[in-house]
Design a protein around this ligand. Sequence first.
Ligand SMILES: [Zn+2]
Length: 262
Amino acid sequence: MYKTTDTSGNHLLNIIFAPLEFNDNINSYDSIHATINEKLIDEKFVLEKKQIPMNKPLDKNINDEWSKQYWPIVWKGNPMIQDMNELSKTINMSETYAHIDKLVQLSKENEQTCKYENPTIVIFVDPRTNETKSITYDQKTSHNPIKHPVVDAINEISSNELKRRQVEQIHDRNEKNYLCLNYHVYMTHEPCVMCAMALLHSRISRLVYIKPSLKTGGIGKTSGHHEMIHISCELNWKYEAFQYIDEEVFKQIKDIDENINV
Ligand SMILES: [Zn+2]
């Protein structure tokens, strides 16, 4: 609530009532009107029906406009920029640069040697130790179209973990239940929906990719069918996902056929 003064000098108390759930059914507003009118019988009480914005204003001009139009709001800066600033404190950029540089270097080498036909490369890193757990190339062929590099990388990490358990004679099935818990994954290209889900099932915490897969990707807001798997509310895990934006880096990563599921 806030207090204002009208042109005759009378003090006015403004109060917002809002339903707990938004409902397009106009009867829900009418029932609120009826309830309040029933409880507060006062001829000086005026009830107005207004629709107000659901989200925070994203710049100061909108903030000032809404302050006049709806309700006084104190501008505290762009919440998205503040969120990004908070997030950036948790990101070790020198490690990110190092892994992106590694992707560029491996891409160039692969282009020179033509060892793998497809240019996609994936690096899995355990950020607690900065240890690289897998470097995997895309080995899909027309005979084996489901050989996606993310899935191959998870298979490799799984085999290594199995060997470790055998060598160390670990029989506790509950130990390290999630294979890639909180790992960071760096990719030359945005993963497909299947691989985005494989990353989710493996419980990674961060994905960084360089080139978007606009037709087949499972992450980007404008990719594929806009699944944005990493933040889907219907799934039981979420991870951060970023596209690494750098024109020089972008130029050094080979394009792929837009129909390929990375
Ligand atoms: Zn894939």
